[in-house]
Design a binder for this molecule. Structure first.
Ligand code: GLN
Length: 391
């Protein structure tokens, strides 16, 4: 038999989605794969019912339905202050997952380098490999997740053609400050690099932190390829609606990549989701409050149990420190956690390029009832998994 491709050999399946399967196997509460248990806004589901009857059911324009792009451009202007041309500077994709790989494919030749902050969302590593590019990792040190500007500069100096910037960041919950973004902008300019942003958590940011769109920094629109999504903002992760916003020259190329990767995102879902893009500002304020309450509830529950954790500034993940349990493998810890405690988590090592075995990632995009139940189960942690604890 012929060998299969080296590219498909060089990365593992998604650990996040593997943990969902493990949760299902053991009936654990799934705090691993980050998706909400909130229903989508009723306006979207009502509109979807209408669309089921009236269409569209055939392909939309390959780079996205016109009304969807128009609504997206208006919403983006409202939040970022940037005016974009919905015809030439927007590409609608099948989730931000497609947006990211299309972006990397649009920028990188085989052998090119791409800088990635670590910890990182696992797709970026696989995207680089699938594009034949090499990821150069720049550590963000826990618990503050600050980065060293010299280390970033070194990555650019070694030839990185682009940086992947996840802000607000999964899994760390870091929201990059203006000063940090300015440092990145200065280096991107100096080394003439692209910045591919993943901003899917743009509306899940906790006071006093604020989301700043990297493209809104002076001179940065021209070198930013923003990847976004409707998944987290409207609780529709299964609809697979994402997008790229970038200058025309980049979008023109990305459109070709997208056309042959997927042809297009589902047209009925684009039509039904357009109404969400047109929501008033209060929707986003309420979303922020909603997630702030969940974060506060879950973190105070962890505090009461004496479980050590990071303090997310945005997104809906928390990293819990498991070092006291003495496990050699955080994957083994997560399997035991699902099986013996009944809570699903993602091993932190799935996100770090560095040797890191201290963390597991939990998400709190669940109802208070489910979070309470998870906390009750976590109360039995020391008793059920503490046997390896030497103290
Ligand atoms: N972004 C979510 C996470 O980090 C879900 C990922 C996915 O499965 N597409 O868990």
């Amino acid at each position: 038999m012929q060998e299969l491709s080296i590219r498909s050999e060089r990365f593992t399946d998604s650990v996040i989605r593997r943990m969902t399967r493990i949760c299902d196997e053991y009936g654990a509460i799934n705090l691993s794969q980050g998706f909400p248990d909130d229903a989508p806004p009723v306006e979207l589901t009502n509109r979807l019912a209408e669309v089921a009857a009236d269409g569209p059911h055939q392909y939309a324009v390959t780079w996205g339905a016109e009304n969807f792009r128009n609504a997206l451009a208006k919403k983006f202007k409202n939040f970022s202050g940037i005016t974009i041309d919905p015809q030439s500077e927007v590409l609608v994709t099948c989730g931000s997952t497609e947006a990211m790989i299309a972006a990397v494919m649009t920028v990188c030749n085989p052998g090119d380098r791409v800088a990635v902050f670590s910890p990182f969302y696992e797709n970026y590593g696989a995207d680089a490999i699938l594009c034949g590019a090499e990821a150069i990792y720049v550590p963000m040190r826990p618990p503050s997740f600050d980065f060293d500007a010299d280390a970033l500069e070194k990555a650019f100096a070694s030839g990185a053609k682009a940086l992947i910037l996840c802000n607000p960041s999964n899994p760390s919950g870091k929201v990059f400050s203006l000063a940090e973004l300015e440092t990145i902008a200065r280096l991107a300019e100096k080394y003439d690099a692209f910045v591919i942003t993943d901003e899917v958590y743009e509306h899940i940011v906790f006071e006093p932190y604020q989301h700043i769109y990297f493209a809104s920094l002076p001179g940065m629109f021209e070198r930013t390829i923003m990847c976004g999504s409707l998944s987290k903002t409207y609780h529709i992760t299964g609809w697979r609606l994402g997008y790229i916003i970038a200058p025309t020259s980049v979008v023109e190329r990305a459109k070709k990549v997208h056309d042959f990767l997927t042809v297009g995102a589902a047209s009925p879902l684009q039509e039904a989701a357009t109404i969400g893009l047109e929501f008033a500002d209060s929707y986003y304020t309420d979303l922020r409050t909603h997630y702030t309450e969940k974060r506060d509830f879950f973190l105070s529950g962890l505090d009461k149990l004496g479980i050590k954790h990071t303090n997310p500034q945005g997104a809906y993940y928390v990293l819990v420190d498991i070092s006291e349990f003495g496990y050699e493998s955080d994957m083994d810890f997560c399997i035991d956690l699902a099986q013996k405690v009944g809570v699903g988590a993602v091993p932190g090592s799935a996100f770090f390029n560095e040797e890191e075995n201290r963390y597991i990632r939990l998400h709190f995009a669940k109802s208070e009832k489910m979070l309470s139940k998870a906390l009750q189960r976590l109360a039995s942690l020391p008793e059920r998994l503490g046997q390896r604890n030497p103290s």
